[in-house]
Write a protein that binds this ligand. Structure first.
Ligand code: ADE
Ligand code: ZN
Length: 335
């Protein structure tokens, strides 16, 4: 089964590019930019960073980004991720980036997006992987700053497929960003939002995503299972979930495998993704392996997870169909 998982053509839909900053690259960028890090070695840095909740995770997460300063830094970050993804047979990735985590430190929006975009174009050409960018707003900052960031993104509109919402959910409900997301919709962006797992008011927040924001997809979102009317509405709209099991294992009480099983059984469009793989030590293959170990998935279940992912991806229909045909071919010959 490990071989089947390794070879499966994959689609990654929940991946924060800043969360792919491996300590080795962090040290390299620090040196290039003349920044002194508080730890002497990669091992020391890893050992010093501990967290057990979304809030505590995010503290060290944002601190680490200080090494990302120039266009080549963002290029190197994204190219390294895309090369790693190719090694796991990821055929297509939708990549979150957090411009405000950089503009708030004085790094211009233009530097961030140009580096990421150039890496995607190079990787498409040289590695054969395809990718698109999703711009996330930081929900613990003001709606005004999010709106200003949305406006700043408009000249780069063609390089961004949609917008999302991440960072600390506590006290920062979807409705806080109602106007920002309405404007993003008007500008032609697709919409998603983090509904992090086991947060205060999780069900209310997911309901707001549907009724107030009108999302096209839900990031995480397993607490929808707590409310049958939510499940029915999500089924009716055919919305997908980007679940990140190993990440959930770090910041909640488990990898939520049983919830993934229930979602599959309900015919919900659930997918398995990696979130912040440099921090949770698991890229998409290891996430699929973790769920397989917990649930003893069949090859059909595993193929279904990737089929769901290509289906709910923000690709044109004809491109989706190409990947789905590849997946069918793989399961027919290897399944
Ligand atoms: N930023 C990076 N990873 C995140 C997550 N899992 N939830 C919210 N914000 C994030
Ligand atoms: Zn996330």
């Amino acid at each position: 089964m490990d071989d089947f998982i390794a070879g499966l053509p994959k689609c990654e839909l929940h991946l924060h590019i800043e969360g792919t900053l491996e300590p080795e690259l962090k040290f390299r960028l620090a040196e290039r930019n003349g920044i002194e890090l508080p730890h002497a070695t990669v091992e020391e840095a890893r050992a010093a960073y501990s967290f057990d909740s979304l809030t505590s995770f995010l503290v060290g997460y944002y601190e680490s980004m200080d090494v990302l300063r120039t266009e080549p830094d963002f290029y190197d970050l994204a190219y390294a991720y895309l090369a790693k993804a190719v090694s796991q047979n990821v055929r297509y990735a939708e990549i979150f980036f957090d411009p405000q985590a950089h503009t708030s430190r004085g790094v211009p929006f233009d530097i961030v997006i140009r580096g990421l975009r150039r890496a995607i174009l190079d990787a498409e050409r040289t590695l054969g992987i395809r990718a698109q960018l999703i711009m996330c707003f930081l929900r613990d900052l003001s709606a005004g700053y999010a709106m200003a960031t949305l406006m700043e993104s408009l000249p780069y509109r063609e390089w961004i497929v949609g917008v999302g919402l991440d960072s600390d959910e506590r006290g920062n409900p979807p409705v806080k960003f109602e106007q920002v997301f309405a404007r993003a919709r008007q500008e032609g962006y697709l919409l998603t939002m983090h509904c992090d797992v086991d947060q205060e008011n999780s069900v209310t927040h997911i309901r707001q995503c549907l009724d107030v924001i009108g999302v096209d997809r839900i990031d995480h979102g397993v607490n929808a299972l707590d409310d049958s009317s939510l499940v029915e509405e999500i089924q009716r709209r055919g919305l997908g979930f980007t679940v990140c099991p190993v990440s959930n294992g770090f910041v909640t009480d488990g990898i939520k495998a049983e919830e993934i099983r229930r979602m599959l059984d309900l015919g919900l469009r659930v997918t398995v993704n990696s979130d912040d793989p440099a921090y949770f030590l698991a890229y998409v293959t290891e996430n699929l392996q973790a769920v397989h170990q917990a649930l003893d998935l069949t090859t059909g279940d595993l193929a279904r997870l990737e089929q769901n992912a290509f289906e709910i991806s923000w690709l044109p229909r004809a491109v989706k169909d190409g990947y789905l045909a590849e997946l069918t071919d793989y399961t027919r010959t290897q399944g």
